[in-house]
Design a protein around this ligand. Structure first.
Ligand code: C6P
Length: 411
């Protein structure tokens, strides 16, 4: 394990930096992860050798770019166990994928009086588009609320998802609490009423094996940058029949079949939903990141991250000054821990930790309704990746112990 960890960390140049004259401890992986040199090198090679516009030219470089882009699509397909590469649409990020679904799919599905169900855990990216659809169509937005542990009870699912529900859009894993939602249960229940289910996989796809078929969902979104790939590449997965029904979101080059002065017909999937020059280097980065993850093995990644999370949870539970949010049971959560230190603003905690070289996120985590529901303004959030270590957690906990003293409290 020691050697494995040393080798892994060598792949991530950013991790060996000094920040504030301290060795960087990067615990902000839920915001974005660092990139292995395999991904960085792939991008450099792409620009040095292949850079060309895909799906357009008959020349070698354009053909090569097209091959890279389509190989990346197939790699993503296998990674999430989708049936066809036509079900994989490349986007900018999870946010763009959700907006495409809201405006190209939901706007044609939802009618006045219908209901859209989300949870109070949602990131703003999986809330604001549904607020817009509900407003524009005269539909109602309903929320699944939480029990004390941050979980969603069966009774909540059974009472909120009804025959009026047209759409359920829910996060797989909360970015703010780390809780993992019972997606198969929600999907089975929603499908009984013919409602469609969108899964926000931004926090789960990087950390667990995803089989879209087994989950039973209709659509899923995620971002490459949270799973070792560059920023600016994201994915919209949808069942082929449903994507086929969708009208294009953006109109322009690459998404057409025939164009006349006053009329155009559109290309087949997936191109219909990918207008304009695409982010080939981003797709290549995502493919390289997935290959890297596959080489280690998702099961191993999951085991390392679960071990780190339960280790940190145990240490933090032993600190009297720390208030933890979300499930205390590490089985119900991913590698995200939200907490506050008594009488200390989370931004102060994050700044003091930064002075020790420890990077965490503080704030509402783009989940303001959740913070309001929990009656807190913000939290401090530590989020782990498989490249983090228990030694880093020890240092983080020792640094946390100093926070109250820094601010003039006794202990
Ligand atoms: N959460 C965080 O620090 P984008 O920005 O489109 O790549 O991802 C949006 C998004 C959607 N859903 C969930 C559950 C997310 O966690 C995020 C991004 C980051 O928690 C940045 S705010």
């Amino acid at each position: 394990m020691q050697n494995f960890m040393q080798d892994i960390r060598k792949d991530f140049p950013a991790l060996s930096q000094q920040i504030n004259e301290k060795s960087l401890i990067y615990f902000d992986n839920a915001a974005t992860t660092h990139k292995p040199k395999q991904v960085i090198d792939a991008l450099t090679t792409y620009y040095e050798k292949f850079n060309a516009n895909p799906h357009r030219g008959a020349h070698y470089l354009s053909i090569k770019s097209t091959e890279i882009y389509e190989d990346a699509r197939e790699t993503v397909r296998k990674f999430i166990h989708a049936k066809s590469s036509k079900e994989i649409i490349f986007t900018k990020n999870a946010t763009e994928s959700l907006n495409i679904l809201a405006f190209s799919y939901a706007m044609n599905l939802v009618e006045e009086g219908d209901e859209i169900v989300v949870s109070i855990l949602e990131h703003h990216s999986n809330l604001l588009p549904w607020q817009q659809v509900a407003k524009l169509k005269g539909a109602t937005l309903k929320f699944l609320y939480l029990n004390k542990d941050g979980g969603i009870k069966d009774t909540e699912i059974e009472s909120k998802i009804t025959k009026k529900t047209k759409l359920v859009s829910i996060t797989h894993m909360s970015n703010a609490l780390g809780n993992i939602n019972p997606i198969e249960k929600i999907t089975t229940y929603a499908h009984q009423y013919g409602a469609k289910v969108i899964l926000d996989g931004a926090q789960s796809v990087p950390h667990m094996t995803i089989d879209v078929g087994k989950l039973g969902i209709d659509f899923m979104v995620f971002s490459g940058h949270k799973m070792l790939a560059p920023m600016g590449i994201g994915v919209l997965y949808g069942k082929e029949a449903l994507l086929k029904e969708m009208k294009p979101f953006l109109f322009g080059g690459n998404m057409i079949e025939y164009v006349y002065e006053d009329y155009a017909s559109f290309a087949e999937l997936p191109f219909k939903l990918e207008a304009g020059t695409q982010n080939v280097e981003g797709a290549l980065g995502l493919m390289t990141a997935i290959n890297y993850i596959n080489e280690i093995g998702m099961e191993k990644i999951q085991a390392i991250e679960a071990d780190l999370t339960s280790y940190a949870l145990e240490k933090l539970t032993n600190l009297d000054e720390v208030v933890l949010y979300g499930s205390k049971n590490s089985k119900d959560r991913g590698a995200v821990i939200s907490f506050n230190i008594k009488d200390v603003h989370p931004h102060d905690t994050a700044s003091i930790l930064d002075s020790y070289g420890v990077a965490v996120r503080a704030g509402h985590h783009c989940a303001q309704p959740l913070m309001r529901y929990l009656e807190i303004p913000a939290t401090t959030r530590a989020s782990f990746s498989f490249y983090n270590t228990k030694e880093e957690i020890d240092f983080f906990v020792e640094s946390l112990k100093k926070v109250r003293r820094w601010l003039g409290y006794g202990s």
